[in-house]
Design a protein around this ligand. Structure first.
Ligand SMILES: C[S@@+](CC[C@H](N)C(=O)[O-])C[C@H]1O[C@@H](n2cnc3c(N)ncnc32)[C@H](O)[C@@H]1O
Length: 243
């Protein structure tokens, strides 16, 4: 399939998504970069105009940064994909930022002068997570790994579900794969629907959604810190002290 055919296919699916989008709902379009012979085509830039043609408004371009993947030798290794978050124009869209706040860097920090002296200067509920999300991608030793070659981590979708939907809302993924989006929705008491051209994936998706509903689906917890190596097996030369 050529890139033009791919974008034409996306156009048809986006049109259907916009048709069924609720007035206060969101569309999150997660894409990466297409690479041919070391030439890179950023797919989000290519699909952005499709959403604009439907009158939708971009609220955030979220950078999903992960630390593992192919090592490139003729260009920098690719370590991000993006999520374009669109809503209809106006202020009516659902955005529950409190549901996805993360710990403040200095949680106990207080104003030391002025009328608020002695009060906490940071929001006690935590801070807005920003638009760069560092979340491990699903490689072979990830607890969520299935047969799918490029499944989402459930925690990536959980953030979107919690912030952009309310209890009982319907979350739809037209490229469902093994159901990470649907599982994230069900884990947080939302309804889910989706489809995929591969029957094996939809079978796995059914199982994972059932596990999510039963509370037995194993996922990487949302607030677990990203692993930082310590006691390195190999020591990088530039970190060694010289005397
Ligand atoms: C990047 S994967 C999505 C993986 C999914 N997010 C998950 O975590 O399992 C894209 C999926 O879209 C499916 N797909 C491709 N073309 C499709 C189409 N025209 N209609 C429905 N699904 C399609 C593929 O089979 C693949 O599983």
């Amino acid at each position: 399939m050529s890139l033009d055919e791919y974008v034409a296919g996306q156009k048809r699916v986006v049109a259907e998504c916009v048709r069924v989008l609720s007035p206060n709902g969101s569309i999150c379009w997660q894409v990466g970069n297409h690479v041919v012979d070391n030439e890179l085509y950023p797919i989000d830039i290519m699909v952005f105009p499709i959403f604009r043609e439907h009158g939708l408004v971009l609220r955030n371009r979220i950078i999903w940064h992960f630390q593992h993947g192919l090592h490139c030798s003729r260009r920098l290794s690719g370590r991000y994909e993006t999520v374009l978050w669109f809503t209809r124009p106006g202020k009516a869209y659902t955005f529950n930022v409190d549901a996805i706040r993360i710990p403040q860097k200095y949680p106990g920090k207080k104003y030391y002068k002025g009328p608020k002296a002695g009060n906490y200067s940071a929001n006690p509920l935590g801070k807005n997570p920003g638009d760069v999300w560092v979340i491990p991608n699903v490689k072979h030793n990830h607890v969520e790994k299935t047969e799918h070659p490029c499944q989402f981590p459930v925690e990536l979708v959980e953030r979107l579900v919690l912030a952009l939907t309310n209890l009982g809302d319907l979350v739809v993924d037209p490229y469902m794969g093994v159901g990470s989006t649907a599982a994230a929705a069900v884990l947080h008491a939302r309804r889910a629907a989706g489809c995929d051209v591969d029957a094996q994936y939809t079978e796995t998706a059914r199982r994972r959604v059932a596990d999510a509903a039963r509370g037995t689906l194993r996922t990487r917890p949302m607030h677990r810190a990203v692993y930082t190596p310590s006691g390195a097996i190999t020591i990088a030369p530039w970190t060694q002290k010289t005397t």
